[in-house]
Design a protein around this ligand. Structure first.
Ligand SMILES: [Zn+2]
Length: 298
């Protein structure tokens, strides 16, 4: 006798007619995954040890936190200082969880490959989710990119994820979302892959549910205006800056979401059962503030 299909398989078997409701149904059917997100450690910044001390504090704390692994969203080292890469590689051994880094605009890719991760663009499968890690940062520009080759790779990974009933989350340092003042105005320009990326997102709206970025040092900030996808920036564990975002949002001069907390910190993430929860954990302090998204959005 043929085994009964579970709800996810049944929905998948439903084919094209289901394509619009599929992500929502699948999102609700996923097991919850706990992980930790850090970004922008900037080791060596100002040629003092403040960044290193913050990173060590974060490591100590993260070792006590729930979470199967750690994502690091780039700018591992400040200004590409070569001596800081072996130092970073040494320090991360103190972490009792696997860590997966991507480069930021401060990280030369050759040093990153040599000391941190090779290949840089890679897949992390965990439970019902597939994390797609890519480098999209230039050393000499704050804008990002997604190459044609990366788009093809992302496309294949999303097809594969969908076949395996996994939902996909993209991780890249520079946000793709167009943003302007009061935000930084740094993103992937339409001619540098943004247009094709959003076309890809539409083709894979059943699969690609979120994108995670660093780069802005603005705490938890983001938007949800491309379908159901959540696009979010994560805080720096080294330093964050107030750009009057809370006031601008309140006055209607900016849209999207923002957690009004800017102390150096990291994020405790919970993803599954139709929900993404990002909880801000300032170093040495209790968690303060969170962003939560649900599928369906409304
Ligand atoms: Zn940075």
């Amino acid at each position: 006798m043929k085994p009964a299909l579970n709800r996810r398989q049944a929905l998948l078997a439903g084919g094209a007619a289901w394509c619009c409701t599929l992500p929502i149904a699948r999102a609700n059917d996923t097991r919850t995954l706990n992980f930790v997100i850090v970004s922008d450690t900037h080791l060596g910044r100002n040629d003092n040890d403040v960044a290193e001390r913050n990173w060590l504090q974060a490591i100590d704390e993260i070792n006590q936190q729930p979470g199967e692994f750690v994502l690091h969203l780039g700018d591992v080292v400040d200004g590409g200082r070569p001596a800081q890469y072996p130092r970073y590689a040494e320090l991360r051994k103190r972490l009792h969880k696997p860590i997966h880094e991507i480069p930021g605009n401060h990280d030369p890719v050759d040093l990153f490959r040599q000391h941190i991760a090779k290949p840089i663009d890679r897949v992390l499968d965990c439970g019902d989710f597939r994390f797609l890690l890519i480098n999209n940062a230039h050393r000499d520009s704050h804008h990002g990119f997604i190459t044609g080759e990366q788009l093809q790779w992302l496309d294949r990974q999303c097809v594969e994820a969908s076949k395996q009933s996994r939902l996909a989350v993209l991780c890249c340092h520079v946000p793709i979302h167009s943003n302007k003042h009061p935000d930084r105005g740094w993103y992937v320009l339409p001619q540098d892959g943004q247009r094709e990326f959003y076309e890809l997102r539409e083709r894979h709206s059943a699969t690609l549910i979120a994108s995670l970025h660093g780069h802005f040092h603005n705490g938890i900030r983001g938007w949800r205006d491309h379908g159901e996808m959540v696009e979010t920036l994560l805080p720096s564990v080294c330093y964050n800056q107030s750009r009057g975002l809370a006031e601008h949002l309140q006055a209607g001069r900016a849209d999207g979401f923002f957690v009004d907390e800017l102390r150096p910190g990291y994020v405790l993430a919970e993803l599954g059962q139709g929900r993404l929860k990002l909880q801000y954990k300032p170093l040495r302090h209790e968690p303060n503030g969170e962003y939560a998204a649900k599928w369906p959005a409304k």
